[in-house]
Ligand binder design. Structure first.
Ligand SMILES: [Zn+2]
Length: 277
């Protein structure tokens, strides 16, 4: 696919445009087990969610991540059964839709619900798809992250200063940032389809060489970025305490599992210091 000047200029544009310099809009709300907005989310815990959002945003500025979104758009463009974003009456190109989406997400992140309705600790998050028309507004879209696991992240932060062991907290930051990134794969489908369609089967981590099945844009995005999908395991023998994150692994298309190194997790978690200015 030919790259337009728009794409070539992507990073210099991000670096120079005013929207990049303004404080991003974060909306973080609690949701109780019944699905209703709960009491105010503890102020002391909000910064950790903001950190995870900022790590996720920093990831979006990495070229391989951006190219992965573009590949998702290519796959969807080949099978699309619903609308495709337009400028006036002209359909946007794949690189244009990718650019516009990421620029919008970097400006305004979807609403993040710290959701206590997610009772399964393995349920890390989900995207609530909302149909849209006219202009795509990320702030109208929603991502939920697991409320109890978010509490565990805050607890781990408190313990880190007492024990001088930051890894348990960093593991949660890594997981939460990657959960948000995964869910942005689904938000991207919402953008491409105007919220009218789930991921088609062709948008799936297991698409290549596999026919049928359901699409999973989040896993597809993980595969494109990391070369596999991320999963977390508890120690089968010693047992991992319930309030710990578990050990992160990458599942490769070959079926092999690779442990994600603590240094990798540390490096990713350290991006919370990323300053968008
Ligand atoms: Zn998913």
């Amino acid at each position: 696919m030919a790259s337009s000047k728009l794409v070539v200029d992507y990073f210099s544009h991000l670096a120079s445009q005013e929207f990049w310099k303004h404080a991003p809009v974060h909306t973080i709300l609690p949701r109780d087990a019944s699905g209703k907005p709960g009491s105010p989310y503890p102020a002391g815990q909000v910064p950790h969610v903001v950190s995870a959002i900022n790590i996720c945003r920093a990831m979006l500025t990495h070229r391989p991540v951006w190219k992965a979104f573009e590949t998702l758009a290519v796959r969807y463009s080949q099978v699309r059964t619903h609308s495709w974003p337009k400028q006036g009456s002209s359909p946007l190109t794949v690189d244009q839709v990718t650019y516009i989406f990421l620029a919008k997400i970097l400006t305004t992140f979807p609403i993040v619900f710290v959701d206590y309705g997610l009772e399964n600790p393995d349920a890390k998050g989900f995207h609530t798809r909302r149909p849209w028309n006219g202009t795509f507004e990320p702030g109208y879209q929603q991502i939920s992250i697991n409320g109890k696991r978010t509490d565990h992240m805050s607890t781990a932060f408190g313990k880190a200063s007492q024990t001088n062991n930051h890894h348990p907290f960093q593991a949660f930051l890594f997981m939460t940032a990657n959960t948000l990134l995964h869910e942005l794969g689904h938000v991207f489908v919402t953008y491409l389809t105007k919220g009218q369609s789930a991921s088609p089967p062709q948008v799936n981590a297991l698409t290549e060489g596999v026919q049928g099945g359901e699409g999973e844009a989040g896993l597809a995005l993980e595969s494109l970025i990391f070369g596999g999908t991320i999963a977390y395991f508890q120690e089968p023998v010693s047992g991992t305490p319930d309030d710990q994150c578990g050990t992160a692994f990458l599942k490769k298309p070959s079926g092999a599992w690779h442990r994600i190194l603590p240094k990798t997790i540390h490096d990713v978690a350290s991006m919370r210091e990323y300053r968008f200015e």
